[in-house]
Design a protein around this ligand. Structure first.
Ligand code: PEP
Ligand code: MN
Length: 338
């Protein structure tokens, strides 16, 4: 931590800061320049961060030197984390393709979608039981019945599945069925939910909040890791910008940025980012090309009748074409699908 003093800070004010640092066992290195005095604080970061240094007389600003997240920071381990979702790998050389319906609407629709994506080569299924909808009048999901249907889909296809959990009280219920839990964009900063999914052993896919910075997102991941669960996959799903042509703006640059900052795997959801089916395939290809560890794609047998997000769903044959494209690109990128 660096504490930059105001230009006219007095010796007493500098001493005041040094005393506060000493009180939490931190060393203060005072550098007196021609115009400014800067104090370098060395000691327990968490203790120093709790001091109200910016409120002390004579202090202009406090500049953190270390990142605020620790367990998920790249420096905390050698090499990338590879997360295993029911045996399907995400990260390292493994490129995951997660696909299925946005929401489980009924058994037929779900099994048609999941069988088609499995036949085309998807590695993990999706299909939601609880839908966090912007409007309380939109379809909210079938709950436990949907989880039963997804379990059957998983048995029939031999693929693991991921399901969203929207409420800390449902973690046990969803974890009783799914192979991985997902925390959605609207819950990225639901800290009690993050702690709850951190206390159980299944891997967690953490989507980026609609308005979240990359640092806020990594701090959300740190909440999960701090509870002991380090099997976390980050999912970029588009952020809100001024551009209305797509539902959200896919922040593709988040992928290389995250590579610098964290060892966790990063996947991309082109469906929820674009909100339009025509853009899903090009964005999924871009995800593989930019170095992401996987994609998550909505597939529906009859998008015009979907109860949720029909405009962004691929038809099964479009998904099959996408799988062919990804399979051709993967070796160039040094990746194996699955
Ligand atoms: C979803 O993947 O079904 C979903 C609701 O996505 P998001 O949380 O990114 O909006
Ligand atoms: Mn959706």
């Amino acid at each position: 931590m660096l504490i930059v003093m105001q230009p006219n800070a007095t010796d007493e004010e500098v001493e005041g800061v040094v005393r506060r640092l000493a009180a939490v066992g931190a060393e203060a290195h005072v550098s007196r320049g021609r115009y400014r005095t800067v104090i370098g604080a060395i000691g327990d970061d968490n203790e120093i961060a709790r001091l109200p240094l910016e409120a002390l007389d004579g202090v202009e600003r406090v500049v953190p030197v270390l990142k605020p997240y620790k367990i998920v920071a790249r420096e905390s381990q050698d090499g990338p984390t590879v997360v295993s979702i029911g045996g399907a790998k995400v990260g390292g050389e493994h490129f995951a393709v997660i696909a299925g319906p946005c929401a489980v609407e009924n058994r037929d629709q779900t099994l048609t979608s999941t069988k088609a994506v499995a036949a085309a080569g998807a590695t993990i299924l999706r299909g939601e039981a609880f839908k966090p909808r912007t409007s309380p009048y939109s379809f909210q999901g079938l709950g436990r019945e949907a989880l039963e249907i997804m379990k059957d889909a998983s048995r029939e296809t031999g693929l693991p599945f991921v399901a969203e959990v929207v409420d800390a009280r449902d973690v046990e219920l969803v974890a009783g069925y799914a192979d991985a839990l997902r925390v959605g964009a609207r819950n990225m900063q639901n800290f009690s939910l993050l702690s709850e999914v951190g206390k159980q052993p299944l891997p967690v896919i953490l989507k980026r909040g609609l308005n979240a910075t990359i640092e806020e997102w990594l701090l959300a991941a740190e909440y999960i890791a701090k509870e002991g669960n380090e099997s976390i996959v980050l999912c970029e799903r588009g952020i809100r910008t001024y551009e209305p042509a797509t539902r959200f703006t896919l922040d593709i640059s988040a992928v290389p940025v995250l590579r610098q900052l964290t060892h966790l795997p990063v996947i991309v959801d082109p469906s929820h980012a674009a909100g339009r089916a025509y853009a899903v395939r090009p964005l999924a290809r871009a995800a593989l090309a930019v170095g992401a560890d996987g994609v998550m794609v909505d597939v529906h047998p009859c998008p015009e009748e979907a109860l949720c997000d029909g405009a962004q769903a691929l038809l099964p044959h479009q998904f099959e074409e996408l799988m062919g494209e990804l399979a051709r690109m993967a070796p160039i990128m040094g990746r194996t699908i699955g």
